[in-house]
Write a protein that binds this ligand. Structure first.
Ligand code: GAR
Length: 191
């Protein structure tokens, strides 16, 4: 990645899109030296797709069941990313394991955010997993992506204390931490 030109990133998401929205806002505000050139989503009815349309971000939305294999839809994803000269892929609640085709095309350039202090509580419903375990220190991780679920080298983590068990309150706290940590990390990666 070059130092001064404006970079192109793609965000992959399957759900609510709060991280996607925060990244797009940071991009529009010039806080991040990159344009969000593409949203990739595997869930046509996800709120994130609506947000992308409202914010004028191009989308590639697919249903995995329409393809014979992960390789097939990932080849299309790579094509869409390359057409837009995407340099960095940011997973933000993309609930699929990334496969060989994407990992090889974007080696070392796919990152993910996860709502726990990995390697603890990987997988779905990480916040609930942590609450059920009774942890007192929560946190967020940004990591490089490999072929394992929420695996890959850790880039950044932020921890905070919380003694309650209100999942809604905790989720709001986690999202706030995620948005800041993800944007700060993306900025560093693009430098
Ligand atoms: C975020 O909390 C993100 O860390 C999590 O999904 C949520 C998406 O929220 N990702 C994972 O659990 C990955 N294993 P959002 O759609 O509001 O950004």
């Amino acid at each position: 990645m070059t130092a001064c030109s404006r970079h192109k990133i793609a965000v992959f998401a399957s759900g609510q899109g709060s991280n996607f929205e925060a990244i797009v806002r940071a991009s529009l505000a010039g806080e991040v030296n990159a344009d969000v050139a593409l949203l990739v989503s595997d869930n046509p009815s996800a709120r994130v797709c609506q947000i992308a349309r409202e914010m004028g971000v191009e989308t590639f939305v697919f249903a995995a069941k329409d393809y014979a294999s992960k390789e097939e839809y990932e080849r299309l994803i790579v094509e869409h990313c390359r057409q837009r000269e995407v340099e960095l892929i940011c997973l933000a609640g993309y609930m699929r394991i990334v496969g060989r085709v994407l990992l090889e095309a974007y080696r070392g350039a796919i990152v993910n955010i996860h709502p726990s202090l990995l390697p603890a509580f990987a997988g779905a419903k990480a916040i609930e997993q942590a609450v059920n375990y009774g942890v007192k220190v929560y946190g967020v991780t940004v990591h490089y992506v490999n072929q394992t679920l929420d695996g890959g080298e850790i880039i950044a983590q932020q921890a905070f204390g919380y003694e309650g068990s209100d999942i809604e309150e905790l989720t709001t706290m986690i999202h706030k931490v995620e948005h800041k940590l993800y944007i700060d990390t993306i900025k560093k990666l693009l430098k």
